[in-house]
Write a protein that binds this ligand. Sequence first.
Ligand SMILES: [Mg+2]
Length: 268
Amino acid sequence: MSVGDFDVLFFDLDGVVYIGAEQVHGAAAAIESAREQGARCIFVTNNASRTPDEVARHLSALGVPADPDDVITASMAGATLVTAFIETGEVLAVGGEGVSAALLDRGFTPVTAFTDSVRAVMQGYGPNVGWHDLAEATFAVRAGLPWVATNMDSSFPTIRGIAPGNGSLVNVVAQTAGRGPDAIAGKPEPGLLQEAIRRTGALRPLMIGDRLDTDIAAGSRLGMPTLLVTTGISTLAEAMDATGELRPTYVAENLSCLLPDRHFLAVP
Ligand SMILES: [Mg+2]
């Protein structure tokens, strides 16, 4: 198989396109080449704090030109999941700008305190989320409101080390409220990639990621071919040992497998 076999490529970001503040070596050239070969390149991220505009500007600054329309976040997928519970109204928004922007985009009114008019809760990562936000979310969840988490990543890497991710903060609310979220959008749950398919109309997509337990599992759950690149978390040996939804369709050392005349190595 090669790039020409797919109409849309879904790229995970951390460990695939960039690591920290640096582009993964060769990623920009590979993505430019894939576009020249006719594949649409879409960036799918469990990070709910940033808006698509912010992610697109970050990618462009790293040398990977991207428009906001090329970015699908867990907040966008989370706001879609909220529509399964309520059609309109106030939603308690716990998280960064990405969470409230996605709710607004879906026609909801994001608010920061629990009152009688609040009808659902959406919780995503935001660096300014504090005790008051978690308390408001707990009040709302204990009152029985539907609760959507953008993602359940327990941690993420920062320049100073591993820091608590949204899953850890969701668990604070869950422990206090005595129950977990009603729906989760981010990988490995299928909502994020379903959002990406819905927004792009992809017919023959390929999911490209660096983690078997999130990226590859999410693609597998939707019956989508998957490509593991070993520039991030998961290794070639782990890919070869993986079974079930964790087993990628293809594996490559890096994104240069997208260059013309290259083919993906199928995992036997
Ligand atoms: Mg990653």
